[in-house]
Design a protein around this ligand. Structure first.
Ligand code: NOJ
Length: 733
């Protein structure tokens, strides 16, 4: 659906454009170099990315006032999980299982970025990530397509300023209604598609994904974001089944543009058009330009294939003019909807918006909800009276706790655990000795000071993990233990026999099997952002209750990877209790099931898992009927009772399994979740509605089908509920 007035303006402008000006719209340059400024004046640039704040107006004025047609630039930036005020990394935000909090985080980022003259963010990243070795898991929303769909869509709405109550506007694509508001920026859903499935978790690596699996697992979050109105989409770096994603006709032109009817534009990832030469898919820049245009990549980020070769390709007839016009239209359409033709660029700039009290509150709440309590033998929450030894390289590391991809986050604006703890207890009650200067430091020079501080204290709070640079793009890891000497530090401290709580700040799941048993509590804080320290201290002292749940499985050892809850069953699923190396005759204990001899087949902590300071008891599930007919709805109901002594937030999760289908289906798939606060001794009822949509999947012919037969259903506190007996219903046609 297109706005007739915008479309008329697009057509009128298109009619005036020369071939060179159209090609110019299709190119995105990097920063305000003098060469780029010259190109802008000549109408050869449609967009810039990563422009310095002080250059923003100069560039836009050059485009509007000095180019022949005065077409404004669309200025893009990686505003990934905040701008000046930084929320937790996206993987941390996903742990909130709270679309409203995630939306708020994106709104906050949009307001601050828009006030700095930015029109477009390269977020959300909804690549399904099942491999913690992959550094970009930090930027992802985890391993589950449903969770990533809900939260990705929430981010899109946050950036583009809409919500469920936004009235539809005649002729405006759904989700674009508020794009022209001064505090909205266009979202860019990325990296299309399959990028997170990089072999071995090594960034940029090859991916092999059958189309049915693409459609069942990797594509749904993209579709959800497009349906929420994402105005743009980024093609990825990876080779997908032998065809690089930035030259992939099937995924871009056929599925995205034709099947889904996407009306925005596609930008390539950084030089990913040019990189099709290295992939071995194109001989040179000219062929790369042709193949990217053929696939439907509308804008080229950074590399020069389009500007250098499109004119000749059009002249020779290899690239039809229709492709160029379509790409230009799409880019102009987004620019018009953003209101870029109708605003004075200078009025946007308002640095006052950043780091407001309101924004700090949003970042704080997001950090509170992102932390996951993995272990607690009763040590937490701490009481205010004791002296605390605060140890560990992440306890006072203001830049590192912001995490990866924060070009605009500033260390000096950040509250660390140390700052917050000293504020709460007073400096006299805090003995601070980091033990290590940074997370991957080896050696033990700082241990004696840390042990001395620990000896003087009643209880120990150790903040370890990964420095920000150990996750993110091109930062994959082959070892998943705590880096450097951190494990030795924990072991040395545990040797003192004092109560010991560990907070982990990291961009990915890590392996804890060597030390988890030696400590009393583990709070997983990801990289928690600007207000992370305040949030962690309030959680540790019980002013807030932990409510985060894992959006990704935590392996027991790297050898289990990839390990994710929504796996297929195999013909030989292992049975509970099967583990251990063979003794005696080699064949007996092996039992010929799908497992490891030397590691469990369960993860250390499963998807959806997280403790709080109380306990919840789930009643058996009551299903409104054990039969479902097409078009009808079932209701699944549980009562959750808070059986502990403190209020807490339960996060009931609905899982479904198609027991037998024309294509094997996962052992369980998340299809709903809620957050519900329950007072001690009280109960809350939770109802999930189930309809045919929840049962649909793509079959071998890539058709969306619902097949009759037996379905299993669980409502539980985490994916371990899939080990319990299911509630069964039949779908009957
Ligand atoms: C490369 C990254 O893959 C992408 O996510 C990012 O948005 C662009 N560079 C622009 O910085």
């Amino acid at each position: 659906m297109r706005s007739s007035s915008v479309e008329a303006r697009v057509e009128a402008l298109l009619a005036k454009m020369t071939l060179a000006e159209k090609i110019g719209q299709l190119w995105q340059g990097h920063q305000a170099t003098s060469a780029n400024l010259e190109k802008i004046r000549r109408g050869e640039v449609g967009s810039l990315l990563n422009v310095k704040a002080e250059d923003m107006l100069t560039c836009q004025r050059a485009a509007i006032e000095e180019s022949r047609l005065g077409i404004p630039l669309i200025i893009g930036r990686d505003v990934i999980h905040g701008f000046h005020t930084v929320a937790p990394i996206p993987l941390g935000q996903a742990a909130s299982f709270n679309p409203s909090t995630v939306r708020q985080g994106a709104r906050m980022a949009a307001r601050e970025a828009a006030a700095a003259g930015i029109h477009w963010t390269f977020t959300p990243m909804v690549d399904i990530a099942r491999d913690p070795r992959w550094g970009r898991i930090a930027e992802s929303l985890g391993e589950d397509p449903y969770l990533a769909s809900i939260l990705g869509a929430a981010m899109v709405r946050g950036f583009q300023g809409t919500d469920d109550a936004t009235p539809r506007r005649e002729g405006v694509p759904p989700g674009w209604e508020n794009l022209s508001e001064p505090d909205s920026i266009a979202a860019c859903v990325k990296h299309y598609v399959g990028y997170g499935a990089a072999e071995g978790g090594r960034d940029y690596n090859t991916t092999l994904i059958p189309e049915s699996e693409l459609r069942n697992v990797y594509l749904p979050p993209f579709l959800a974001c497009i349906e929420a109105g994402a105005a743009t989409l980024m093609s990825a770096f990876n080779d997908l089944n032998g065809i690089p994603t930035s030259g992939n006709v099937r995924t871009l032109r056929t599925i995205l543009k034709e099947e889904w009817g996407f009306e925005g534009f596609v930008v390539s990832d950084w030089a990913s058009i040019e990189e099709m030469i290295a992939h071995g898919y194109c001989e040179d820049h000219r062929e790369a330009a042709f193949k990217a245009m053929r696939a439907g990549v509308d804008m080229e980020m950074y590399s020069p294939c389009y500007p250098d070769h499109l004119a000749a390709l059009i002249e020779s007839g290899e690239v039809p003019l229709g492709w160029l016009d379509d790409a230009t239209r799409r880019i102009l359409r987004v620019k018009f909807h953003l209101g870029l033709f109708d605003r004075d660029p200078a009025t946007a700039i308002n640095p006052q918006v950043s780091l407001s009290e309101d924004h700090r509150r949003i970042a704080y709440q997001s950090a509170v909800e992102s932390c996951v309590l993995l272990k607690n033998d009763g040590l937490l929450p701490l009481g205010d009276r004791e002296t605390i030894a605060l140890i560990g390289p992440l306890a006072d590391a203001p830049a590192d706790q912001l995490g990866c991809w924060v070009p605009d986050g500033r260390a000096e604006d950040t509250t660390t655990v140390r700052t917050a703890l000293e504020k709460r207890l007073g400096k006299a009650k805090v003995r601070f000795a980091p033990g290590l200067d940074y997370s991957n430091q080896t050696g033990q020079d700082g241990f004696s000071a840390a042990l001395a501080a620990a000896r003087e204290a009643d209880k120990l709070l150790v903040v370890v993990g990964e420095s920000a640079w150990l996750s993110g793009e091109a930062h994959s890891r082959a070892y998943l233990e705590l880096p450097g000497s951190q494990q030795a530090l924990i072991e040395a401290l545990a040797g003192l026999g004092k109560p010991l709580a560990v907070v982990v700040m990291a961009g990915r799941p890590l392996v804890m099997n060597r030390w988890a048993a030696q400590v009393n509590a583990i709070l997983w804080a990801w990289h928690p952002g600007t207000e992370g320290g305040a949030a962690i201290v309030d959680l540790i002292y019980g002013d807030q209750s932990p409510s985060g749940r894992l959006p990704v499985s935590f392996p027991e050892t790297v050898g289990q990877v990839p390990i994710y809850y929504n796996k297929r069953n195999t013909g030989r699923p292992p049975r509970e209790g099967q583990s251990g190396l063979p003794i005696g005759t080699p064949l007996d204990p092996c039992d010929f099931t799908s497992r490891y001899l030397d590691a469990d087949f369960h993860p250390a902590y499963t998807f959806g898992y997280g403790l709080t300071y109380t306990t919840f008891v789930f009643s058996p599930v009551i299903l409104s009927s054990d039969e479902m007919k097409p078009g009808s709805t079932l209701e699944a109901r549980v009562t959750i009772t808070n059986s502990g002594k403190r209020a807490g937030i339960a996060v009931p999760q609905l899982y479904l399994r198609d027991r037998s289908a024309s294509l094997t289906r996962p052992v369980g798939e998340l299809k709903g979740f809620q957050r519900i606060e329950i007072a001690p001794g009280e109960s809350g009822d939770v109802v999930f509605e189930i309809n045919e949509d929840h049962l649909r999947f793509y079959n071998e012919e890539n058709q969306a089908v619902v097949e009759p037969g037996e379905f299993h259903l669980w409502i539980g506190a985490d994916a371990r509920c899939l080990l319990d007996s299911p509630v069964v219903f039949q779908l009957k046609f």
